[in-house]
Write a protein of this length. Structure first.
Length: 430
């Protein structure tokens, strides 16, 4: 069956919703973007993205200028609905589905027969079914998918998890393969019609629960692999071995691909999603839980290393290089570097100089500390007793080697190789 998609309502204009909305609009679809934050709505309607992402501003400006994208606070009728709202976790690591529930309640009144509703937010297994039940409850006049195959549905529902990498979203959105999990086969086919509008990658259809699990498995796979690398870095430090060199050599094996150790795992995906699997099967998800714990423990280990070196100074000046959750982005959410800087500053025993080429101001959680100063990376190194490299931002590679050689360098990000080896470097780099 052919499904015609002329208009799409995207609920949640964040890191995924906005690039998706702009991409659909760039292909001639009439897109209504919905966000609960009026500042976001206003910025988008004036052609500005509220976060930095390569090429997104250009795409967005074109969509707004052509009149194909309009942001608003309330959902409006459309052929298809895409829900891309956050799925955080609660204090006990259980998933918080409030935003998805709220999005379901918001779109339900404007649904009509012939619609498809797509959940893109990363979700615990069973969430698409939960969303379907909610929609069916509110709209008893429409026929929604039951758990088993059915015919003559009024509204199709599917899960199509996003997979784009921040920093490369605009390209990956079009090029990456996508998994489409329908509540029924027809639901998956209908959702596929939406992605056929812009997708160059392949689509693979399955059921909703499998699609939910696949997305969680992808991010857990990466988390487990990074935990392995982080554990190796701690072992290597104890044995006096350069972990970066060791991993580089191990990866020369054709079937070995160890990821990079670091100051910890941050962001709103890899540090969050594995917990959804743990919450679904707490007794079974042993490895996945341990990986989370290993990665969450890494910032503390880096802090201990810094403190050990700081002991020899009366009031040490510590330059912390990098604050964001990963290299070459401006996103500090769940950033291990933020955690490290806050903890170091909190002791009050040291002055902290923070340098991050992607940030123009200290993020609010750090702004209140009197002993943290944001400064240029070269000035930070020049003034510091100890240099802690927390994020491998590209510009740090150009730091003058002679300046670094006169300092204690604690390299949690693996940049020492780019400065040459004759630097007193610690933390898993020997
Ligand atoms: N990290 C390491 N070592 C590595 C790679 C990453 O310590 O070798 C750290 C990063 O520094 C960062 C964290 O892990 O703190 C996550 O970074 P990332 O680049 O691995 O992933 P995200 O969170 O930016 O995006 C991930 C991607 N998932 C996968 O690669 C399987 C992306 O494709 C997903 O769309 C995204 O999660 C998401 O939204 O789920």
């Amino acid at each position: 069956m052919d499904y015609l998609i002329k208009s799409v309502c995207v609920v949640g204009l964040g890191y995924i919703g906005l690039p998706t909305a702009a991409t659909l609009a760039s292909r001639g679809i009439d897109v209504i973007g919905v966000d609960i934050d009026p500042r976001v709505v206003e910025a988008i309607n004036s052609g500005r993205s509220h976060f930095r992402e390569p090429d997104l501003d250009m795409l967005l400006r074109a969509a707004i200028t052509l009149g194909k994208l309009r942001a608003t606070g309330e959902p409006e009728p459309a052929d298809a609905f895409i829900i891309s709202v956050p799925t955080p976790f609660n204090a006990d690591h259980s998933p918080n589905l409030d935003y998805i529930d709220a999005a379901g309640s918001a779109i339900a009144p404007v649904l009509t027969a012939g619609n498809v509703v797509i959940l893109e937010s990363t979700s615990p297994v069973g969430t698409t079914e939960r969303l379907t039940r909610r929609l069916a409850q509110i709209r008893a006049d429409l026929n929604f998918p039951p758990e088993r195959f059915s015919v003559a549905l009024d509204v199709h529902v599917a899960h199509c998890p996003e997979r784009v990498l921040p920093g490369r979203m605009v390209r990956e959105l079009i090029e990456n393969d996508r998994i489409i999990g329908g509540m029924t086969e027809a639901c998956a086919e209908h959702a596929k019609a939406v992605y056929d509008v812009f997708l160059q990658g392949n689509t693979f259809c399955t059921d909703a629960a499998t699609a939910e699990l696949v997305k969680l498995a992808e991010n857990s796979f990466r988390d487990v692999n990074i935990a392995f690398a982080n554990e190796l870095s701690v072992i290597c430090d104890e044995l006096g071995i350069n972990v970066w060199r060791a991993i580089e050599l191990a990866n020369r094996h054709p079937r070995v691909r160890i990821l990079r150790p670091g100051a910890g795992v941050g962001g709103h995906c890899i540090a969050v999603d594995p917990w959804f699997l743990v919450a679904s099967a707490p007794e079974r998800a042993k490895l996945i839980r341990t990986a989370r714990e290993v990665n969450d423990g890494k910032p503390r280990w880096v802090i201990t290393q810094i403190h050990e070196h700081a002991e020899r100074f009366k009031k040490p000046v510590i330059a912390c290089l990098g604050l964001t959750y990963k290299p070459d982005v401006d996103d500090t959410r769940e950033s291990p570097a933020m955690e490290i800087v806050a903890e170091l500053a909190g002791t009050g025993r040291q002055d902290i100089l923070v340098a991050d080429p992607n940030l123009h101001a200290l993020p609010s959680p750090l702004a209140g500390y009197p002993n943290i100063e944001l400064c240029d990376m070269r000035a930070a190194v020049r003034r510091a007793d100890i240099v802690a490299v927390l994020v491998a931002h590209s510009p740090f590679r150009k730091l003058p080697r002679e300046e670094l050689m006169r300092r204690i360098v604690i390299d949690a990000a693996g940049l020492a190789e780019s400065w040459g080896t004759a630097i007193d470097v610690t933390t898993g780099t020997a």
